[in-house]
Design a protein around this ligand. Structure first.
Ligand SMILES: *Cc1c(COP(=O)(O)O)cnc(C)c1O
Length: 362
């Protein structure tokens, strides 16, 4: 069995132990005589898997009791609509547009109300997080929305905007469980699992109780997206992604066993730091995100030619370093160094960058 180092942005690498445990349990889940894939979501066995998944996540993230946790489907993209439909009580929200997914969320929100762009970095091709010191939140905004880690552009909020009493809503899809996070700073945080927390098809939504109390802000909100109802039904208003939730539970437990979010944050800083250090000294490769805005999860870089990028990507693949082609919107390269990507994988990538660069200059 030859496992590669997988730097894909999502779906992405999963811890090997999680995969082999799931493989061992595939035909007979712990004496049930069936696979989790075959189990009723209403069964006691599945309910225990679900409860254990949620309680592990609550421990790992330190989620306060005043927050509900939902396991939904439809990806982060469906929540671009779910968020305004549930939260736009005054019909207005502020958006910080720091990349493609933030822009999509803003455009979707405009269908349901007034979505104000409070700051953007589009003028410099999203190579940075805008300066937050001067940010002012107009009165009457129902929430302020950010995309905390910009998967395509390799930038990340290292500080959160101050929004006063206005709830902060954050898409943490690509930095979920990457480093410590204070859930109480947010009104709502959500993440598509396939970047760092499990397989595609599960979206984790963590939302403060009081924001749900009156049900969705918009009466046209689809039943499926009614966060209050989903919470009352324990995310089982309809059939959830049972197998996906089971795998997420295993990833959450793996994170806990590794030492939790502090340990994850340290190793992710180390891995991304190895790449940034190399990029800063390199003549051939250039990092594309500005230093103060760099992501610890997605490291974006390029050479000065598309042909050289392509040669590097092809050579990397031959060495078992896969998934480093940049997003089609921006080209270049992107190494996603999520939790399940080991330090040795990053060391192998840096070593190949060095080899490639010296091959070109000799
Ligand atoms: C991948 C990604 C999305 C889109 O997720 P889907 O699950 O495909 O809808 C949204 N936001 C961020 C930050 C992402 O990384």
């Amino acid at each position: 069995m030859a496992r590669v180092y997988n730097f894909s942005a999502g779906p992405a690498a999963l811890p090997e132990g999680v995969l082999s445990e799931a493989a061992d349990e595939m035909l007979d889940y712990r004496g049930c005589g069936m696979s989790v894939l075959e189990m009723s979501h209403r069964s006691q066995d599945f309910q225990s898997i679900f409860d254990d998944t949620e309680s592990t996540l609550r421990r790992v993230l330190g989620i306060p009791d005043t927050y509900r946790v939902l396991f939904l489907q439809g990806g982060a993209t469906l929540e671009f609509a779910g968020i305004p439909m549930n939260l736009m009580r005054n019909g207005r929200a502020g958006y910080l547009v720091t990349g493609n997914f933030a822009r999509k969320a803003w455009q979707e929100a405009e269908k349901y109300g007034q979505a104000d762009v409070l700051a953007t970095s589009e003028d410099t091709d999203f190579d940075r997080i805008p300066d937050l010191d001067g940010l002012s939140v107009p009165e009457g905004e129902d929430y302020v929305y950010i995309c905390q880690n910009n998967t395509i552009y390799g930038t990340m909020f290292h500080d959160l905007p101050e929004t006063g009493d206005v709830p902060l809503v954050s898409d943490v899809s690509s930095c979920f469980l990457s480093c410590p996070m204070d859930v109480s700073r947010y009104g709502l945080v959500y993440a598509g699992a396939q970047k760092n927390a499990g397989p595609a098809g599960v979206t984790v939504v963590i939302v403060r109780d009081d924001l749900l109390a009156d049900g969705p802000a918009l009466t046209c909100c689809p039943t499926y997206l009614d966060y209050r109802l989903e919470s009352e039904k324990g995310s089982m208003l309809n059939t959830p992604n049972t197998f996906g939730i089971y795998l997420c539970g295993k990833v959450f437990r793996w994170v806990e066993e590794q030492g939790g979010l502090a340990a994850m944050g340290a190793v992710n800083a180390e891995k991304s730091g190895m790449l940034y250090d190399y990029l800063d000294a390199s003549e051939t490769f250039h990092g594309t995100a500005r230093p103060g805005s760099r992501s610890i999860a997605n490291v974006t870089f390029r050479t000065d030619s598309v042909a050289t990028d392509a040669a590097f990507i092809a050579g990397a693949k031959e060495r078992g370093l896969v998934g480093i082609k940049g997003h089609r919107l921006v080209g270049g390269m992107r190494a996603s160094v999520y939790n399940a990507v080991p330090v040795e994988g990053v060391a192998a990538l840096v070593s190949y960058m060095r080899e490639f660069e010296s091959g070109r200059s000799s």
